[in-house]
Structure formats: structure tokens, C-alpha cells
Design a protein around this ligand. Structure first.
Ligand code: ARG
Length: 458
């Protein structure tokens, strides 16, 4: 007979490569605590429902708690011989409390067991991601408030478009993250569902109490269908996609950080603690953290597609393919949490090179829209004002001057009533402060925006 825990009907023992290929303990040992938690709830319920005696239930609980201690003291190692975390724990429990350990698996299958573990794990990690998002949002708000007086060129097509508050630009990322947080929070109702009691797929003949295990594990509800309960991995895919969105946002943010700290932009300087050097070029200080986050956003997108492909066309109910739901998922989760933490530190410690930014704004045409709008005040139709301004810009480029350098007399040829006020209109500050609409870039609007952002962080 095979010595595997399920080996009753097997005469020969397992091929070595099959053992290696079949095992998942390398990866699913990350579920140790969730598995113990699930087993503690299950065995409590078995005792309360008189499926096993209270004494036996207590013995099993003591054994499981002892295992937690031993785990923390590194008193044992897992073995691929016992395939996965569930069978390793059962084996270790048997070593400690003897054959009564065999009663733990009454009215349960590894199929509902692993599903319960994954639900507990996902719930815990999604909450950590939400916390990570909040932390980064706080860093963004703090940075926006600290630099509320900094004006930068806003870009479209990566060409200078109109002056904006740096704080306004930063807050754009706040709201992307806010949507991510909302999505993750909403997903909790689908994550927090108990599959326990579904057994292998059909339910169980034992008089179990599924409401009790649900309550003990703080799930919100029980799956209405046992077949769906053991084969559903939608919540994993959903979480991976929510992670994709977070990472995609961080990759866009990364790209800007990378540009901003280049010599060409020089808008910010990253702290040494969040940069790396070059092994050959002594002058280099590289934004590796932002680059890694940008790169890892690609890896987690691949992880998502991998999971989708694993699930596609799977027949009901449990299939061993589902064992593949872990490695890439765990990786995506950890990557997302670390990326959020790194980003928050990077924002908290970066310097904004205000003098340089002010200087660059003096030398561009991002005030051209202001000029066109100003002409409109004199009754010139906007299309015409646009064309006149475009022509002025073209003349300036040829003469290597800027709109503020055009003499008043020349402006007066466009309309005789134009006066000195035109030069204050051309100031970036004026362009910013006149955009007082509720989501505009004026200081007053951005301060209101920050206030409403803060209210989302309670
Ligand atoms: N290691 C398995 C997994 O992660 C546990 C469930 C195994 N169930 C089974 N019927 N072989 O999916």
C-alpha cells in the first residue's frame, strides 16, 4: 500500500518525479495560519455538533495550537512527501496527538479546505493592500499640501500644454488610487464567503453547522451552492485584476517620476535611500524603484492572464489545475503591497526643485491658451483668436522670444484696447488661479479637492 494519507487503494508508491510535480507545499506553506484557523473552526463545530466528542475536539485543538508554537519556533520542516500544506499539517498533528488527529477531516474535503484557506488569505491580503493604498494617498496629500504654491507645466502628448499646480497633478493619482480602494473594498463581499461544509463537491451527510464555521471565521455568508463553492476562483481573478489596476496606476506614476528626475526635466530629486548607483558610471543616481514598479506592473498583468487561462474551460467541480491558483497570485499580492510601501517612502522623501521649475515655465508657450482667451474678451471669435495666437507663437519661435516679450504696440495691432494687463494674463500664476471651476487647477479649487480627499481617508 502507498504510504500517502490517501493511499488506501494504491498498491505501488508514487513515482519520484510525480511526487515532485504533484506537490504544492513549496508554495502553499504560505497558507499555514489560514489552514490552522480553518481547522480550528471546523473542529470546534464538529465537537459542538456531537460529530466527534468534546474531548476529542479539545485534543485536536490543543495539537493544532501546539503546531502553531512549533512553527514559530521553527521546530519542524514541511516535506514534499506530504504533498501540500493540508496533508503536512495533518501528518504533523498525527505525530503529536496520535490517531485522534484522523478525526479532524470528518465532514471535510481538501477541496473545501483549500478554498476556505484561500478565502481567508485573500481577505487578509486585500485589507493590507487597502491599507497600503491609504498610506500612499496620505503621502500624496502631504506632498500636495507642502508644495501647494508650485506651478508646473501640464502636458498633453508629452508636450507642454497649460500651467497647472503640482499639487493638482499629484492629486490626480490620489483619485486613481481612491477608485482602486473602492474596487478592492467592494470585492470583499465576494471574497468573504465560506465554502466550508461543501465537502468534495456535493456537501456532506454529517449533521454539520455551516453557519457556525462561517461565524467563527468571520465570513459574511456561506456559498449557496457546494459545487460552485469548491471550484470558484473568481475572487482570486478579481483581486488580481484589481491589483493590475493599482500597478498600472503606479506604473504611470513611476514613468513620471523617472522623467521628472532626469537631467532634462529636473523637477524632482529622489532621496538617496530610494535610488541606486551604477557600477561603472560614478555620476549616476538611478530611479530603480520606480523602474522596478513599472516593470513589475507587467509581471502582475501576466500573472492575471495566466490565472484566467488556468480557469478557462475547466469543468466543474474541483480539478487539480486549481492548485496552480497560488504561486502567481501570492506573488502579485506581495508585489502590490511592497510597491505601495516603496512608493509612499519615495514620495515622502523626494525634493521638489521649485526654482528650476519656475525657471522652465518662463521659457515656454504654455500660456498661449490664456492669450487666445484674452483676445476673446475683445469680441474676437475664439477660432480667430486661436489662429492669431498660433501665428504669434510661430513668429516668437522664429525670433527666439516668448509671448511675454512681444511689445505692447504689436499686441495693439490685434485690438487697440489691449493694454499692459496682457502681461499679467501671461503669467503662469494667472493661468492657474483663473481656473476656479470645482475640479480646476486654481489654488482654491485644489485646496477644496485636498479637503475632500482627506475625508476619504478616515
Ligand atoms: N493542494 C491542493 C490545491 O491546492 C489541495 C486540494 C487537493 N484536492 C484534491 N482533491 N486533490 O488545490
Amino acid at each position: 500500500m502507498s504510504d500517502a494519507l490517501w493511499g488506501g487503494r494504491f498498491e505501488a508508491s508514487m513515482d519520484k518525479l510525480v511526487e515532485k510535480f504533484n506537490q504544492s507545499i513549496d508554495v502553499d506553506q504560505a497558507l499555514f495560519f489560514e489552514d490552522i484557523e480553518g481547522s480550528l473552526a471546523h473542529v470546534t463545530m464538529l465537537g459542538d455538533c456531537n460529530i466527534i466528542s468534546q474531548e476529542e475536539a479539545q485534543q485536536i485543538k490543543d495539537g493544532l495550537n501546539e503546531l502553531v508554537n512549533d512553527y514559530e519556533n521553527k521546530a519542524f520542516t514541511f516535506s514534499s512527501q506530504y504533498e501540500d500544506i493540508h496533508l503536512n499539517i495533518e501528518h504533523l498533528l498525527t505525530e503529536r496527538i496520535g490517531s485522534v488527529a484522523g478525526k479532524l477531516h470528518t465532514g471535510r474535503s481538501r477541496n473545501d479546505q483549500v478554498a476556505a484557506d484561500m478565502h481567508l488569505y485573500t481577505n487578509k491580503k486585500v485589507k493590507l493592500i487597502i491599507e497600503g493604498i491609504k498610506k500612499l494617498q496620505r503621502s500624496i496629500i502631504q506632498c500636495a499640501e507642502q508644495h501647494i504654491d508650485v506651478i508646473i507645466p501640464g502636458y498633453t502628448h508629452l508636450q507642454r500644454a497649460q500651467p497647472i499646480l503640482f499639487a493638482h497633478h499629484m492629486m490626480a493619482y490620489f483619485w486613481m488610487l481612491e477608485r482602486d480602494k473602492e474596487r478592492l473594498t467592494e470585492s470583499l463581499s465576494r471574497i468573504n464567503v465560506s465554502p466550508l461544509g461543501s465537502g468534495a463537491l456535493a456537501g456532506t451527510t454529517y449533521p454539520i453547522n455551516q453557519q457556525q464555521t462561517k461565524d467563527l471565521l468571520h465570513f459574511d455568508s456561506v456559498y449557496p451552492n457546494s459545487i460552485d463553492a469548491v471550484s470558484d476562483r473568481d475572487y482570486i481573478l478579481e483581486t488580481m485584476n484589481n491589483i493590475n489596476l493599482v500597478m498600472m496606476h503606479l506604473s504611470r506614476f513611476s514613468e513620471e517620476i523617472i522623467l521628472w528626475c532626469s537631467h532634462e526635466f529636473n523637477y524632482i530629486t529622489l532621496s538617496d535611500a530610494f535610488s541606486t548607483g551604477s557600477s561603472i558610471m560614478p555620476q549616476k543616481k538611478n530611479p530603480d524603484m520606480a523602474e522596478l514598479v513599472r516593470g513589475k506592473s507587467g509581471t502582475v498583468a501576466g500573472n492575471y492572464i495566466g490565472m484566467l487561462m488556468t480557469l478557462k474551460a475547466l469543468p466543474l467541480a474541483y480539478n487539480k489545475d486549481l492548485q496552480e491558483d497560488k504561486q502567481a497570485f501570492f506573488h502579485s499580492i506581495e508585489t502590490c503591497i511592497d510597491s505601495l510601501t516603496i512608493f509612499s517612502g519615495m514620495i515622502n522623501t523626494m525634493t521638489i526643485n521649485k526654482e528650476h521649475i519656475v525657471q522652465t515655465l518662463e521659457e515656454d508657450f504654455s500660456n498661449a491658451t490664456e492669450l487666445a482667451d484674452y483676445f476673446v474678451h475683445f469680441g474676437i471669435p475664439f477660432r480667430e483668436a486661436h489662429a492669431i495666437t498660433g501665428k504669434l507663437v510661430s513668429e516668437c519661435i522664429k525670433k527666439n522670444i516668448f509671448l511675454k516679450d512681444v511689445p505692447l504696440a504689436h499686441y495693439q495691432t490685434i485690438h487697440p484696447e489691449i493694454d499692459e494687463a496682457i502681461y499679467s494674463i501671461l503669467q503662469p500664476k494667472s493661468a492657474v488661479e483663473r481656473r476656479t471651476n470645482e475640479n480646476g487647477t486654481s489654488t482654491q479649487s485644489v485646496l477644496a479637492q485636498i479637503k475632500s480627499g482627506k475625508s476619504k481617508l478616515n
